[in-house]
Design a protein around this ligand. Structure first.
Ligand code: GLC
Length: 431
């Protein structure tokens, strides 16, 4: 059965390959997505190294002059997707013009972590590919600090930038903002391709689009969007991933003998370490999202809260409390690690980021736990992921209680994560 699933996973990646870049799934997501592509490269890396690096190079082709790598690259206009290039209008960005139509926000910078994985499991050729992408990747990390830095933390201007689109984490920021009274009428497409009950609500969507309107009217001046935009929250997901990505890029810099870049990365890491405590929510005893405008924390544990191990940050006590949370949640659901605490308000096992298990998140969480010596939990998370895929197939995400697959089918990152990490044959595949 595992061999069949390996074959199926390879076929999914090949079917979703659009020649140099891979769509997350046909129809629902018809473009190149930022962090999806990075995970996809891990999957290609198990059977076609050159194709893996091409995926990453294509992603960086969309990089803006200021260093931002957008969340979606619109290499063509697909009328079946909303909101597409005509809504974002990033080609009218104040200066200079972005290389291709894209969104005007970024996504979690997992790229450097994937580059390091490919370098460590590969040979001299992989290091050469990494060298070609190095400067652009560093420029993107720098962008987070200069354009999204606020009160000592790297913040985010839009839930879409976090990759965890409608997690209840964003409630403090969304509740505090108004829907733009001049928001143009619009027609959603996501609810045509997926069950509306598993997708964001109308009010959330109105707010998501109000932020886009602000960005568009500010001609995508990123500093203005951060300082004056309607939404500004700190996301433990972006924080922990960026901190880890800086550490992984430092590792690559050292292999390439880039001393100046290494010194810069050490300083970015230092700033990141100092920001970790900003996310500590004493009421819950965990790292959670926080509204930078008001200081208010979100009121639940998410799967991003437990990425502190992946970033190797936080005090021993904070890490211990986080382990206890994971153990508690393990008693409450059948499959780890749900995207939202099953005991918190708004938990919904089928709804986007309000409960479902996400393959790419499980991979990062488990890797971090294993690195910090929490092997039993790390293995449980991997075993749960493998069982979910064996039981339901290559879905976008999964119900943590029933194990049913949710939303997109034949999903690229699920196939990639299977090949690189969850498949019982992963060692053979990686060889
Ligand atoms: C959804 C997810 C986001 C992902 C995108 C494409 O918007 O929330 O994380 O990148 O789909 O798969």
């Amino acid at each position: 059965m595992s061999d069949d699933l390996d074959t199926q996973a390879i076929e999914i990646l090949q079917k979703n390959d659009r020649g140099g870049y891979t769509v997350p799934t046909a129809r629902l997501y018809p473009y190149q997505w930022n962090w999806d592509s990075a995970f996809v490269a891990l999957g290609f890396g198990t059977f076609d190294r050159a194709r893996a690096w091409t995926e990453l190079a294509y992603l960086l082709e969309g990089q803006w002059d200021n260093g931002m790598v957008p969340s979606i690259l619109f290499r063509h206009d697909d009328p079946d997707y909303f909101p597409g290039p005509s809504v974002w209008q990033t080609q009218s960005a104040h200066t200079p013009q972005p290389p291709m139509p894209s969104t005007g926000v970024s996504q979690p910078p997992i790229l450097a972590c994937v580059m390091r994985q490919l370098v460590e499991t590969g040979g001299a050729k992989d290091l050469k590919f990494a060298e070609e992408l190095f400067e652009k990747t560093l420029k993107w990390h720098r962008w987070y600090q200069t354009e999204r830095g606020s009160n000592g933390v790297v913040a985010t201007v839009h839930p879409w930038e976090t990759g965890r689109d409608n997690c209840p984490d964003w409630e403090p920021g969304l509740t505090a903002m108004e829907i733009d009274s001049e928001l143009e009428p619009y027609q959603r497409m996501d609810t045509k391709h997926a069950n509306p009950e598993q997708r964001p609500s109308k009010e959330q969507y109105d707010k998501f689009l109000s932020i886009v309107k602000f960005g568009r009217e500010s001609l995508w001046n990123q500093r203005k969007l951060t300082d004056e935009g309607p939404f500004l929250m700190a996301d433990p997901g972006i924080h922990f991933i960026l901190l880890r990505a800086n550490k992984d890029l430092l590792e690559i810099a050292q292999r390439l003998h880039k001393t100046e870049a290494a010194a810069e990365l050490k300083s970015l890491i230092e700033q990141g370490e100092q920001a970790t405590n900003y996310f500590w929510n004493n009421d819950i005893g965990a790292f959670t999202a926080r509204n930078v405008k008001t200081g208010k924390f979100s009121n639940g544990l998410s799967n991003a809260s437990v990425l502190c191990f992946f970033a190797d940050t936080g005090t021993p006590q904070q890490q211990q409390k986080t382990i206890e949370h994971i153990q508690r949640v393990q008693q409450q659901v059948k499959f780890l690690m749900p995207s939202w605490d099953p005991t918190a308000d708004m938990f919904d096992p089928q709804r986007y980021w309000c409960g479902p298990v996400w393959p790419q998140m499980n991979y990062l969480i488990s890797m971090g736990l294993a690195e910090q010596g929490h092997n039993a939990l790390a293995d449980a998370i991997r075993d749960d992921m493998a069982s979910l895929i064996q039981q339901s197939g290559f879905y976008e995400c999964f119900n943590p209680v029933s194990g049913d697959g949710c939303i997109g089918v034949d999903f690229s990152w699920t196939a990639a994560i299977w090949l690189a990490w969850a498949s019982p044959n992963r060692q053979r595949l990686a060889a």
